[in-house]
Design a protein around this ligand. Structure first.
Ligand code: FUB
Length: 323
């Protein structure tokens, strides 16, 4: 009886949480998953002015549905990794007039005081998935379509026959201020972006990595470039390292194992207040259909002396508060 009451109360709070939120709210995370009042997926994170911003997708598929249903993206922030603020959803597929649906993986980056949000989305007129970019004056939005059309469409990449290879954008600005957009499923693509962050500069290239599935994430640490990605399916996370953002990339092995009952894993890696974090999702909040009812988790990440990364230990306890 007690179990039924707690299940009903959990369903009720998830239903409430799926209704549109209109003001900032706060919560304290109690280990992993860090957010339990709604399903969150495909994390991307950014540090800006001493604050850790977390951007996620939002799984809203009906219970037991074996498929994604995602219409908007969410934004959270923390200054200590435990106490969080959630903002009203700053971006919805409806903000892209050319898009059909499917608010898939995304990433936000700051350049010269503006915030650019690269998103994967289904195109209404051009068959397949596409990448759009939204812009805002602050990290919490509201964001608006920066281009009025897609930046990348499926017809621009012809290495694979699948229509969903143009997903999972990750954006990186190198020390010389050159921006790079990486993305892909099955094939990993990248292109330079102009300083305005909304136009390509030069041709689209590809990177060959063992068992690349999707979810590339580029970061730099102590002079090394790291390209982590979802490996095989169900997904583990693997990574490669290079001294140059354009490669050659040297494959370094598995970084994270399959995450609970989710067939996707989708990582972000970044440093905040002297600690390194591995942000990912699992299916821990859903007894079944966890692959489509995912939840963001955070664990610590550690480097070896030679720059390689130690395998992530996924924990229930999550991370401790930082001062
Ligand atoms: O959330 C939809 C898709 O699932 C993402 O684009 C992939 O990275 C996988 O997590």
């Amino acid at each position: 009886m007690k179990k039924l009451a707690s299940l009903l109360s959990c369903c009720f709070s998830l239903a409430l949480a799926n209704a549109q939120q209109s003001k900032d709210t706060t919560f304290r995370s109690n280990g992993n998953p860090i957010i339990t009042h709604k399903y969150t997926a495909d994390p991307a994170a950014m540090v800006y002015k001493d604050t850790f911003y977390l951007y996620t997708g939002h799984d809203v598929a009906p219970k037991n549905r074996n498929g994604y249903e995602m219409h908007d993206w969410l934004c959270f922030s923390t200054t200590d990794m435990v106490n969080w603020t959630e903002y009203p959803s700053p971006l919805n597929v409806k903000d892209f007039t050319w898009a059909k649906d499917d608010a898939w993986a995304s990433q936000v980056i700051e350049r010269k005081g503006k915030f650019y949000w690269y998103v994967a989305i289904s195109h209404a007129a051009i068959h397949g998935k596409a990448i759009g970019v939204a812009v805002a004056d602050n990290p919490r939005g509201p964001f608006k379509d920066a281009l009025g059309k897609a930046l990348i469409t499926n017809d621009m990449t012809t290495e694979t026959k699948i229509s969903w290879d143009d997903i999972d954008p990750t954006i990186f600005i190198d020390d010389n201020q050159q921006a790079y957009l990486f993305w892909g499923n099955t094939t990993l693509h990248y292109v330079k972006l102009k300083e305005n962050m909304i136009e390509m500069e030069g041709e689209i290239k590809t990177v060959q990595l063992p068992n690349f599935t999707e979810a590339p994430w580029v970061h730099k640490h102590n002079g090394w470039y790291y390209l982590s990605y979802a490996y095989q399916f169900p997904e583990k996370i693997a990574y490669a390292m290079s001294r140059n953002i354009e490669g050659p990339w040297e494959y370094k092995g598995i970084l994270n194992e399959i995450a609970g009952n989710s067939n996707t894993n989708h990582q972000a890696i970044l440093e905040f207040r002297g600690k390194n974090y591995f942000v990912y999702h699992n299916g821990a909040l859903a007894a079944d259909a966890g692959s489509f009812h995912r939840s963001v988790c955070i664990d610590e990440l550690f480097y070896n002396k030679d720059g390689t990364m130690k395998r992530v230990v996924m924990t229930s306890e999550g991370v401790k508060a930082v001062k």
